[in-house]
Design a protein around this ligand. Structure first.
Ligand code: PHE
Length: 472
């Protein structure tokens, strides 16, 4: 569709609809670029180490249904809210609120988002570093004929070393810096357009191998049995929590990315498409992992145990496993990297636009901070880590960053964002954005989403928040 909204694409408008001059900003070049970059943010380690395991553990198909409902009722509306804010204001996560609600406290939500994305990066980058390290290890055949003890010992010795995790953390931060310095089109867009299709091809190869193993059926039935008896209120709240984390809402990433969307991108369909592509990726990940786990009689597990111990073990046993293991870690590295790029772009865009810094300076300062503080979590991720004895509020650095970002910053920011769009922003602005200024003749979907944004999403997010704090 031709962009006939050039006025609104070049400038942002505040709550009253006055046109505000926007500094010249970069744009994604096409709808495909918008989709792949935003999907690149949603895809991440959550697809591999959280979703498949939780699905299997909490009732298979029953949990899947619940998860899809959580995504559609809460995470997608929250994502649409972020899109509305970002594309309307065409600024970074903090200044978008300043433009839309001047002289108010709302920009604090953006500051929380900037802080939250750094907090996630402080631990996520360490895990991504281990993934990078495992590509190398699997390529040189470190896991050939490995036993459970051997795989556990290799993982522990890597993460408890005082140097190795820091070196890999540096590599991760360096890669992200290079992409971000190149900018929105030549960096973020180019890398996601290249890597996301590769990710899907690689995961399909792994699925094909896993499904042709004897005993694959048991793995599939672990994942896709339907057992409603395992669904409890706590499981329901975990499904909601997982949905936010997976869809990358509540961290300002979607506000920042949508500020680079074109005026003709359709916000609601884009969010729905991202959600389904992300769910598909998670299902494929489950199909690539669990048949193999079951065919060797191993216990299904999630988290780092799955990724760094069980996976190398099962791949070392299956025919062509030595080729597929590096492939598997490459696909994990791809999605971890594209997720991190979106996270770091949040503080980078803010530093650039708020303080007028050159892009490379904004990138170096932010990645420098992430690297320096990330060292604390890189050295405290497991009980044998050099800094594992240092505790704050009973938690080591790694767990502390994880807890504060996922359980406090993310739900608070997601809640305030939907409240902002649902109750503070005028309905005209909302409808104007989701219908591309009336060019899209879709009235029903925007109405349904406004209802979800105003009523359903805030209640669900509040419940998840209180649950994660142990209040309910
Ligand atoms: N969605 C990413 C994942 O699944 C994590 C993420 C959270 C990325 C919040 C950006 C913002 O791993």
């Amino acid at each position: 569709m031709i962009n006939s909204r050039s006025g609104s694409s070049l400038n942002s408008r505040n709550m009253r609809g006055d046109t505000m001059e926007t500094p010249s900003r970069e744009r994604f070049s096409s709808t495909t670029a918008v989709f792949l970059a935003s999907l690149g943010s949603a895809l991440g380690l959550g697809n591999i180490w959280k979703f498949p395991y939780m699905t299997g553990k909490f009732g298979g198909g029953a949990f899947l249904m619940l998860y899809v409902i959580s995504v559609l009722l809460v995470a997608v509306p929250a994502m649409v809210s972020e899109f509305v804010i970002g594309r309307r204001a065409r600024r970074n996560a903090v200044q978008s609120f300043e433009v839309l609600a001047p002289h108010s406290c709302w920009p604090c939500v953006g500051i929380l988002a900037v802080a939250g994305s750094c907090l996630i990066m402080f631990f996520y980058a360490s895990v991504a570093g281990w993934v990078y390290a495992y590509i190398g290890k699997s390529l040189i055949g470190s896991f050939t004929g490995v036993t459970v003890e051997g795989a556990t010992q290799q993982f522990n010795s890597m993460v408890s070393s005082p140097f190795v995790p820091i070196i890999w953390l540096f590599v991760v931060v360096f890669v992200i810096s290079v992409v971000l310095i190149k900018g929105v089109q030549r960096g973020i867009e180019k890398i996601t357009k290249t890597l996301i299709p590769i990710f899907f091809v690689l995961i399909l190869i792994c699925v094909a191998r896993a499904l042709t193993l004897s005993g694959a059926g048991e793995g599939l039935s672990f994942l896709y049995k339907v057992d409603f008896s395992l669904i409890t209120p706590t499981v329901m709240l975990s499904a909601f929590g997982l949905a936010f984390f997976k869809m990358s809402v509540g961290m300002g990433t979607m506000i920042t990315y949508s500020s680079y969307y074109t005026g003709s991108d359709r916000l609601i369909p884009t969010a729905i498409r991202i959600a389904f592509a992300d769910i598909l990726a998670s299902l494929l990940a489950g199909m690539a992992i669990f048949p193999a786990v079951f065919s060797f009689g191993l216990e299904p597990q999630g988290g780092s145990g799955l990724l760094f111990i069980t996976i190398p073990l099962v791949f070392s046993k299956i025919p062509f496993g030595h080729v597929l293991l590096p492939v598997f870690f490459v696909l994990c590295a791809i999605i971890a990297t594209t997720a991190m790029i979106s996270l770091v772009q949040v503080p980078v865009a803010w530093a650039e636009e708020r303080f007028g810094l050159k892009k490379w300076k904004a990138v170096v300062i932010n990645t420098g901070l992430i690297f320096s503080v990330g060292i604390l979590s890189a050295l405290s991720a497991t009980p044998d880590g050099v800094l594992s004895e240092v505790k704050i509020m009973g938690l080591g650095f790694f767990d502390l960053f994880d807890f504060v970002s996922s359980n406090i910053a993310l739900p608070t920011c997601a809640l305030l964002t939907v409240l902002f769009v649902g109750w503070k922003l005028s309905k005209e602005i909302y409808f104007s954005e989701v219908t591309n200024e009336g060019l899209l003749h879709d009235r029903i979907r925007p109405m349904i989403f406004l209802f979800l944004i105003r009523f359903v999403a805030p209640v669900c997010i509040l419940l998840v928040f209180l649950n994660s704090l142990g209040v309910i």
